[in-house]
Structure formats: C-alpha cells, structure tokens
Design a protein around this ligand. Structure first.
Ligand SMILES: *Cc1c(COP(=O)(O)O)cnc(C)c1O
Length: 355
C-alpha cells in the first residue's frame, strides 16, 4: 500500500505522473531509449516541450503576449532573476514569510525595495492587507501561498500595480487572471514534477526595459527566444510535468481542481476546529488550501511527538511542521487524494479518543 504523503516539497505526485514517468525511464515514446538518455533536441522530446507549454497556456487560460518557460535553478533563482530583469529603480514587496524574505534580500541588490507590509510580528500567520503601494514602482512582488505558515490568497489580488508572483506552492490549485502579472514563477516540486525545473510565465512586452546588462542565461528574453532550449533543459522533470498537466486536464482543469482542493481543505480545517487536541495557526480568512498548519492545544502539547509516531504507524508521512512554526503541517497539494486527507482525519479522531 502506498503511504499517505503529506511532505511539503518535494511532495506527492499523481499516480498517473509516476507510472508514466517510470515507463518512460525504460522506453520513452517508443524510442527504445530511456527518457534519461535522450537528446533534448530529439523530435520526441521537442514534442514533449511543445505539449507541456501548450497545456500550461490552456490550463491557466494564458492570454496572448506571454511566454511559458521551463528553467533550471529552482524558485530561489527567480528571486534574483526577477529583479535583474524587471527592477529599474523601485519595487514593492510584501513580506509574508521565509520565501518572501529571501526574495527581498535579492531584490535589494538591484534597486530600491519598499517592503509595504510584513506579518513577521505574528510569525507570518496572516497576510497583511492594510498597505499603500507607492505609485512609481516597477512591480509588486507577492507570494501567493506561504508554504511554511499555511497562508494563501483565495483569489487574485486587486491592486493598481503590475504583479510578480511566487506561486511555487499553489500553481494550478485555482484559476488565476494571468493578465495581472508580468511574471509568475513556480518551482515544480510542489504541484507539478520532481525537483529540477521551474515553471515561468512571463509577459514578453514587459521585458527589455532595464538598462543594466543581464548575463545571457539570467535573461528571460534568452529563454523566450530559444523556447527553453538555450541550454540543456531539465529533460526528465519536464517529461513528468507534462504527465501532471495531462492529468490536471483530465480532471477538468483548474476550476475542477479548485473545487476538489477546497473540499479537502474544508474537511481537514473542520476536524482541527472540532478536535479537542488541536487548533489551527493561520488566520481564518487567509487559510491556505495547500498547506494546513496546526498545533496541539497547550494542555496536550506533551503529546506532539507521540501523535507523529501514531500517524506514521498508520502510513501518514511528512506531517511535522516547519521548525519555526512547530506542530504539524499537512501539505495537501493538487495530487493529494481526498482519501489520504480522510486517513489523517481518522488518525486525529482515534488519537483524541485515546486521550
Ligand atoms: C519551496 C518554495 C520555494 C523554494 O523553491 P526552490 O525550488 O527550492 O528554490 C520558494 N517559494 C515558495 C513559496 C516555496 O514553497
């Protein structure tokens, strides 16, 4: 029996993705070669890249004028690549956690950074909303889902600025209005593929506006012109990503995924509220539908380690919270079946009954 995989990242992938990836490791697209050993310029792999790009456009309803790129370097490389390409003089950033803070550090290398809001005062358990954006910013950088703290936007932000967004942990979890963004990036290892590739969606009109020289490989225009083949792309993760994208389409796309995700999150939050042992840590209105963070109530806090052991014995893996938050984090990404969430809920109820 497969484990119930609640890891935050790398994290669960659909069975469809894993089975097809495994098949392609042995024989890729009838080539009698492994996907691990084929040229990225072979016609079979070029077809993979083309289909993956087209499916991202279709699933996210991306308007004309945007390019979809598959790059190496992780989301963390985008923390510097984004300001390198977009920050002329001033940018606004919202500090909603560790990842946002790391993006801020990099942006400061390129210009003035206005941190318009921060939820650090409450260990990032909410998303700041009372802030004003300077009128002369090049862009406003946000993190749409804060993986560590279990906070996230429920819908696109409505502000008078071009947006750049780190969507590493909630891409494809709900529909988005791509036209609001100049740049969207997402490390693949939460909702798309094994680690090694980063999905980038960039508005081509917005490129080429900074005066500084940009190293060729860090210039989005390079990858856009070369259709993500400027250098060797992460072939295997892109193949796996294609399988996930096909799977998402077969489920009915991101609208259908959002319904499934909201349903999974709702039953888990409901149990956290009902159960005498636990309470949630994120502000209710900002609760993530991807990462559900909770802790043991004060009087039961001695049971924390015991609950992890208890859950592990039931095949529930990866629910330990991030060290700065403590407690538990259940990452319930797109590929997580409702039955695994139900298994966690049953474990919480059974553990409650024993105490
Ligand atoms: C995991 C994560 C990152 C870091 O991604 P890497 O690919 O490891 O660089 C950045 N932002 C968010 C929101 C994440 O969840």
């Amino acid at each position: 029996m497969k484990k119930h995989n609640f890891y935050a990242g790398p994290s669960i992938l659909s069975e469809y993705t894993i089975n097809n990836a495994a098949d392609a490791v042995l024989n890729f697209a009838g080539t009698e070669l492994s996907i691990l050993e084929v040229s990225h310029r072979s016609k079979e792999f070029v077809a993979v890249m083309d289909e993956a790009r087209a499916l991202v456009k279709e699933l996210l309803n991306i308007p004309a004028g945007y390019e979809v790129l598959f790059l190496g370097g992780g989301a963390s490389m985008q923390f510097c690549m984004a300001p390198y390409n977009f920050l002329k003089t001033k940018a606004a950033y919202l500090d909603t956690g560790v990842w946002a803070s790391k993006a801020i550090v990099e942006a400061k290398l390129f210009g003035e950074v206005v941190v318009v809001g921060s939820s650090k005062d409450k260990n990032y358990n909410y998303i700041p909303k009372d802030y004003t954006l300077p009128s002369d910013i090049d862009y406003f950088h946000i993190t749409t889902n804060n993986t560590i703290y279990g906070t996230g936007y429920q819908k696109d932000l409505d502000v008078d600025a071009r947006l750049i967004a780190d969507m590493s942990s909630d891409i494809f979890s709900r529909p988005i209005d791509v036209s609001k963004y100049d740049l969207i990036y997402a490390g693949a290892q939460k909702n798309l593929a094994p680690a090694g590739v980063t999905l980038v969606i960039v508005r081509t009109e917005a490129l080429g506006k900074v005066d500084r020289a940009i190293p060729t490989i860090l210039n989005y225009a390079t990858h856009s012109k070369k259709e993500s083949m400027f250098n060797t792309p992460p072939v295997f993760p892109i193949y796996a990503a294609l399988q996930t994208l096909r799977y998402y389409k077969s489920l009915g796309g991101v609208e259908a995924l959002e319904k499934i995700n909201r349903d999974k999150a709702a039953i888990l939050y409901q149990e956290i509220e009902r159960n005498k042992l636990f309470h949630g840590t994120a502000a209710t209105e900002d609760r993530s539908i991807m990462n559900v963070c909770f802790v043991m109530n004060e009087e039961y806090s001695a049971l924390e380690a015991e609950f992890i052991t208890y859950a592990t014995a039931r095949g529930i893996i990866g629910i330990k919270g991030y060290r700065t938050v403590g407690g538990f984090r259940a990452s319930i990404y797109n590929a997580m079946p409702k039955s695994s969430v139900e298994a966690l809920i049953e474990a919480m109820q059974a553990f409650e009954n024993e105490h």
